[in-house]
Design a protein around this ligand. Structure first.
Ligand SMILES: [Zn+2]
Length: 150
């Protein structure tokens, strides 16, 4: 899926979203970026997924310590630029460089706390072993051996 296709999908939505967010989700075959239209329903919010971006070789890049740029982040970021510029809808992509599953939804962003190392906005459970830093910074601090990381 191209950035322009995502932009078009948002432009063609029946209802104008209050924001568009791009959040990471991990599953058994790797990381995906879910691009979601955010709607306000009175005091609460709902989402509608408009795109699902999956990197070509999933998690292996973390485990090989190669950590090249995630190509799907560039597609999502470019789509966000188009959406903000042409539709004037805020685009929220709290982890635009690498995967992170503990970022807040757009409507919870005021509850987020920044990673102590890289300032990425996070909304973590306090029981998380690496509470206070993002998963990526946690791996780097540990020498990035994910076999030892939990
Ligand atoms: Zn971090």
């Amino acid at each position: 899926m191209t950035a322009f296709a995502i932009f078009e999908a948002v432009a063609l939505l029946q209802r104008r979203p209050v924001a568009v967010q791009a959040l990471w989700d991990g599953d058994s075959s790797g990381w995906v970026i879910s691009v979601q239209a955010v709607y306000a329903y009175g005091p609460s919010h709902g989402i509608e997924e408009v795109a699902h971006l999956r990197g070509s070789d999933g998690d292996l890049r973390i485990f090989n310590q190669a950590v090249p740029p995630w190509p799907e982040t560039q597609i999502a970021s470019e789509a966000g630029r188009l959406i903000e510029k042409h539709l004037e809808i805020p685009f929220f992509f709290p982890s635009p460089v690498e995967p992170e599953s503990d970022c807040p939804d757009w409507w919870d962003r005021h509850l987020g706390k920044k990673c102590r190392t890289c300032s990425k906005l996070l909304l973590q459970e306090e029981t998380l072993p690496w509470f206070g830093v993002c998963y990526f910074c946690h791996l780097k601090q540990r020498g990035a051996d994910p076999k030892e990381a939990d």
